[in-house]
Ligand binder design. Structure first.
Ligand code: ARG
Length: 591
């Protein structure tokens, strides 16, 4: 890719001027404003600062050594030592041609540094509960991060850490034994599990006896009672069927589904080791990790400020009744993942309310296994909530949490109404297939578009609109690009041997330049765990394509404009399609 070529030539020039200096930090980035050119680098200024030399002088020396005339206009030194690069049209055309030949699609599928192994922990719903709207963000964010990292050539291991263990099973087991309606279980297993859970839960609040019985069931399960284990396994199986149905619709698949229970055999050992090292200690019958006082209180996840004083905020790892906690399982999980996959990074995609949990987890792990912790980057990629139009958490009209499967049904139905109205001539099955892609695409895109840390307002009207920053808009521009190509009768890539491409109209140049930054965008998504950067990139690309398409006739143009424009349609269509695929969104042929 051009920016990579610029970068390596710049690095070579820096190395020639400053022999022995590490050039890893010498990077080329897209220009912040197109009036400064296409790319820029501010790397020389920090190098100059570190070596206490004059940045402008360094820039002048580096530029004198820079062999770049085949790619760029003469490089401009701006301000205290910025370098501005303006691509020559010929070099842009050459990149378009190599993309047309299928050599790349504006990104490199071999990482420029080392290939990283990245474990992604996402979706992770809880057994015996319906997947609700809250799970969609984790599922969709995690899936798109996995897709982008894989596309860039990294080794990705996805793991669905389902909640299949914990105190809720005491109540579920009691409900199963005393309240289960077999016919209802057959009809809709999750609804029935939810019903018995709620019933027992309500009764526990009034009758201490029920609570005692539920506890006893839990203890029996934990002790390995075979009847309880059988029922528990059946509840997991029934839930997994429901999860799989949702994942199938969303196009999500995991390499591993190692639920919390998988780690049970190691929990006792984790607690012992933490105690032996003085990381955890007993407190009121329970065992917990406390602050070790090595970080300033403000950054210490094991301290909390109360009435202006720092007080202990321990993480429980064993309750007084001997049961283990969420944190204990996560410590064992972390240990297992590092030993099993030797990852460079582990990314946890959960809701922002778990921030404290992960800060405590990461710190406790550092204290427990400093060497292993030093080799892995632990990232909590958290996200905000989904709100209703009233600004409160998104609920159904009757005030219940929205089930994911109902939400997806509604998305497809609403999209179908639009498709039937706009394309009455199409076959019903075709209409349904288009509606499926538009409906699911709308839900996913709306979810990925906001900065993940912001809350967003769920809006059917906005997400299904054909204008504005929506999936439907991007999908629509993608179909337009595909249609021109089909109408031209040209076989993909066949004009490559024809006349050279010549970018003339401003709309052509702007579109071509934007295509070039696809790879940089993907890298930024991977580095920052932010698929919203890709949504914005695609929206901008779709807009530039639309402007180009409205101002530059394609099929009626003379050569070489005709070939150039067809090439732009082809490449834009491919990038839009690939980009949507990274977001888990399918692009219909027509809509
Ligand atoms: N099951 C949890 C929940 O629904 C999410 C688990 C996230 N992953 C983890 N390793 N803690 O909130």
């Amino acid at each position: 890719m051009l920016h990579l070529a610029l970068e390596s030539r710049l690095q070579a020039a820096v190395a020639a001027v400053l022999p022995g200096v590490s050039v890893d930090t010498v990077r080329v980035r897209p220009a912040s404003d197109s009036k400064f050119g296409d790319y820029q680098s501010d790397a020389l200024m920090s190098l100059a600062r570190a070596r206490k030399c004059n940045p402008r002088q360094l820039a002048t020396d580096v530029v004198a050594r820079l062999e770049i005339a085949d790619l760029c206009e003469p490089v401009e030194i701006a301000g205290p030592g910025f370098l501005n690069f303006r691509l020559r049209p010929g070099s842009i055309e050459a990149v378009l041609l190599s993309a047309l030949r299928g050599e790349h699609l504006f990104f490199s599928s071999t990482p420029r540094g080392r290939t990283r192994t990245v474990v992604i922990d996402y979706s992770s719903p809880n057994v015996a509960k319906p997947m609700h709207v809250g799970h969609i963000r984790s599922t969709i964010l995690g899936e798109s991060l996995a897709r982008v990292l894989r596309l860039l050539g990294h080794r990705v291991v996805t793991d669905n850490h389902i909640g299949d263990w914990g105190t809720q099973f005491g109540m579920l087991l009691l409900g199963w034994k005393t309240l289960l309606d077999a016919a209802a279980l057959d009809q809709d297993p999750i609804a029935e599990l939810e019903r018995i859970y709620k019933a027992v839960n309500a009764s526990c609040r009034e009758h201490p006896d029920t609570l005692e019985q539920a506890r006893a069931e839990l203890v029996r399960l934990q002790a390995g009672d075979s009847e309880n284990l059988t029922i528990w396994r059946e509840m997991i199986r029934l839930s997994q069927v429901q999860f799989d149905a949702v994942y199938g619709r969303l196009g999500v698949r995991f390499d591993h589904t190692l639920g919390e229970s998988f780690y049970n055999p190691w929990l006792g050992d984790v607690v012992e080791q933490l105690m032996a090292r003085g990381i955890a200690r007993e407190s009121e019958g329970a065992i917990a990790v406390f602050s070790d006082g090595t970080v300033p209180p403000k950054e210490d996840p094991f301290l909390i400020s109360r009435d202006g004083e720092w007080v202990a905020n321990p993480a429980l790892i064993r309750k007084s009744d001997g049961a283990y906690n969420y944190a204990t399982t996560d410590l064992a999980t972390l240990d297992y993942r590092i030993k099993t996959w030797a990852p460079d990074e582990i990314v946890y995609v959960t809701d922002g309310r778990q921030q404290l949990h992960f800060r405590q987890l990461f710190q406790a792990f550092h204290r427990w296994q400093p060497d292993a912790a030093g080799r892995v980057r632990l990232i909590h990629a958290w996200f905000g909530s989904i709100l209703g139009e009233d600004g409160k958490p998104f609920k159904t009209r009757s005030g219940e949490t929205v089930k994911l499967s109902d939400l997806l049904d509604e998305a497809e139905e609403r999209a179908l109404r639009v498709v039937v109205e706009k394309r009455p001539e199409l076959d019903a099955a075709v209409q349904r297939e288009i509606a499926r892609k538009i409906g699911l695409g709308a839900v996913k895109y709306q979810d990925l578009l906001p900065n993940r840390q912001s809350d967003y307002v769920f809006s059917w009207d906005k997400m299904l609109a054909l204008t504005g920053n929506t999936a439907a808009y991007v999908q629509y521009q993608c179909t337009r690009a595909g249609k021109v190509l089909r109408d031209s009768g040209v076989l993909p890539g066949s004009w490559v041997t024809g006349p050279a491409l010549i970018l003339e109209a401003p709309a052509e140049g702007a579109l071509a330049r934007h295509l070039l930054s696809f790879g940089l965008t993907l890298e930024a998504v991977a580095d920052e765990c932010r698929p919203n950067l890709l949504c914005n990139y695609l929206y901008e690309l779709a807009g530039l394509f639309s402007r180009f398409y409205d101002s530059c006739p394609v099929l009626k143009a003379e050569e070489p404009a005709r070939s150039t424009r067809l090439a732009l349609c082809d490449l834009t269509g491919r990038v839009l399609r690939q980009g949507l695929e990274c977001l888990g969104i399918e692009a219909p042929e027509t809509m």
